[in-house]
Design a protein around this ligand. Sequence first.
Ligand SMILES: C[S@@+](CC[C@H](N)C(=O)[O-])C[C@H]1O[C@@H](n2cnc3c(N)ncnc32)[C@H](O)[C@@H]1O
Length: 229
Amino acid sequence: MRRDPFYIKRYAKWNPKRLLPTLRGRLENRVSFYRFASYALPIKSVDALPVLNYEPDWANTALRRPDMQYLWWAWQICESEKIPGACIEVGCFRGVTTRFLAQTINPRPMFAVDPYRGYVGDERNYEFFCRNIQDLENICHLHLTSGDAFRAWRYGPVAMVFIDAVHDYSNTRFDIEAWGSLLSPRGIIAAHDTDNRCFAGTRRAVYEATRHGYDLLAHPSNLTFLRKW
Ligand SMILES: C[S@@+](CC[C@H](N)C(=O)[O-])C[C@H]1O[C@@H](n2cnc3c(N)ncnc32)[C@H](O)[C@@H]1O
């Protein structure tokens, strides 16, 4: 498995254990950017999506209505095929999608992973997140980075994981490998921002996963669903 890009931040900046993977990560992002078109996955849409029965707080998430509908649709597959386990969101921001998913998957447990430290995560967003989810009993917030939460995981199998944290190659690849290893057979990974050139590394990591253990389940614009073999 790829090394956790946050773990190496324990070393001093010029320590080769941090410096070399950092340089490698930058190079990989650069390559992802220039080869953006070659990592494109075909659009694969679904006709009959569930209709939302309430309006999420659109002002506080980058996800749009079809994204939420696709997440719900993917969860319906988990339910209908009895894929065991929880749902995880890696990178929760203000908790709008967390709330939506928790309500959708209730009574199964929803795990929300976010350290609220860097990369748009801060105290203000953490407070917002807490207010947003406080009345929902099936949410467990892991106030940790993705890698620390993965290493501390003791909550059993996972049916679906939504990856929406740090949008570069090494982090997305790590998130797919780490959380994917906990997925039940036929479990689902959803990844956001897969078709935005600013996040070319995310697209590349998701594309490569389709060559190593995952099938493309659905791919509306900027959101990709993979299914574990
Ligand atoms: C794009 S936002 C998430 C948006 C959210 N999923 C939504 O639907 O509204 C990215 C989040 O990733 C979090 N983040 C940053 N580093 C992280 C890490 N190492 N592990 C997990 N989350 C991280 C940030 O705190 C931020 O809240």
